[in-house]
Design a protein around this ligand. Structure first.
Ligand code: HEM
Length: 330
């Protein structure tokens, strides 16, 4: 009798916990929650981290690539793994958009998904995996450990035209950047902090060549930096899409060097270079350049906001089995 009572009470608490887990009500009204997979796939986050760690050995530039992937996914109608859907009879992939030029290492997301599916089929969304991978990429590069929430679901549709419209051009100005990020609830300080993602990775010549245009009235580059970039970008036309420069002096480390580079007129893109000049953003650049912990704290807040905005939760969308395609086309 005691054994039966014990079993009943165990079952009771288990189904209560499962109901909690599948509920779409989370903190902050986004429908997300911390440790969403604690019961349904407790090993998911470990598998994601281990798979990325292993892959990163063969490509140390992967953290930068994955950090850009999360932005390009979330910027187009929220973080819903739309960036991973491949072209089919029903849709043209977002990666076809020119704005997704040089988006890389989607294969690493697919590797994580495959490893998780083996242990917990149909449980963990591709949208959450993209956010987890970026979160881990930041931590592995020396950045903050960001306490993200999970419970996102995957969209059923993607379009190259949506990407064309929603992704920023490489010539974006600070004013345009602040407007774009304000739509996601980021204030000015958080917008400057999230641009600190450019502490990792590279920019290709074609994305900053506008700054050499004599008609360009944008911010000055330091003379040494400008000469070095001009020489670099003078490679033969066949190479112009392949030539790139580091985003900051320590572009494998997630640190506040980016902000010190901006102060030294070594910002690569227009938006980077304007940050230390515009009076709305300059004070934050100066503070982040001095105080890495402050940068990490504000970056973390901004990352959580960016990755929680307009997500699919509850019974919206689906959990894709393969991130490249919806489970069943309409
Ligand atoms: C809103 C204004 C932004 C603009 C205009 C912008 C634009 C760009 C451009 C043009 C590149 C260079 C791509 C290339 O030439 O290969 C780049 C790289 C990068 N961006 Fe942004 N970006 C913005 C915001 C962000 C945000 C919010 C994040 C992350 C949260 C981010 C993360 C990155 C990373 C990590 C790279 C390096 C990628 C790599 O090395 O593969 N960017 N960005």
């Amino acid at each position: 009798m005691l054994a039966i009572l014990l079993m009943l009470s165990l079952l009771g608490s288990l189904s209560f916990a499962n109901a909690q887990e599948s509920s779409s009500g989370g903190d902050g009204g986004s429908g997300l929650k911390h440790k969403f997979y604690a019961l349904s796939c407790p090993q998911a986050e470990d598998i994601a981290r281990r798979t990325l760690q292993r892959n990163r050995m063969s490509d140390p530039t992967a953290p930068a690539a994955l950090l850009r992937v999360v932005f390009h996914d979330c910027q187009v109608e929220g973080c819903d793994a739309s960036i991973l859907l491949e072209t089919s009879s029903a849709m043209t992939a977002e990666t076809v958009s020119e704005k997704n030029f040089s988006i890389r290492r989607l294969d690493y997301i697919h590797d994580i998904k495959a490893a998780i599916e083996k242990e917990c089929p149909g449980i963990v969304s591709c949208a959450d995996i993209i956010v987890m991978a970026a979160r881990d990429a930041i931590a592995m590069s020396g950045g903050p450990q960001i306490p993200i929430e999970t419970g996102r679901r995957d969209t059923l549709f993607a379009s190259n035209l949506n990407a064309d419209e929603a992704l920023p051009p490489p010539t974006l100005t600070v004013s345009e950047m602040l407007d774009t990020l304000a739509e996601k609830g980021l204030d000015i300080e958080e917008s400057v902090a999230i641009l600190g993602a450019h502490t990792l990775g590279v920019g290709h010549c074609l994305n900053f060549i506008n700054r050499f245009d004599p008609q360009d009235n944008g911010p000055q580059m330091s003379p040494f930096f400008s000469t070095a970039l001009r020489v670099l970008c003078q490679s033969p036309p066949s190479m112009s899409n392949a030539t790139f420069a580091p985003n900051d002096l320590t572009n494998f480390m997630f640190d506040n060097q980016y902000f010190r580079d901006l102060q030294g007129q070594r910002g690569l893109l227009t938006v980077d270079a304007e940050l230390p000049i515009d009076p709305r953003t300059k004070k934050h650049v100066d503070l982040f350049a001095l105080n890495q912990l402050l940068f990490f704290a504000k970056f973390s807040d901004a990352f959580v906001k960016l990755t929680s905005f307009n997500v699919l939760t509850g019974s919206d969308g689906e959990i894709r089995r393969d991130c490249r395609a919806v489970n069943r086309e309409p």
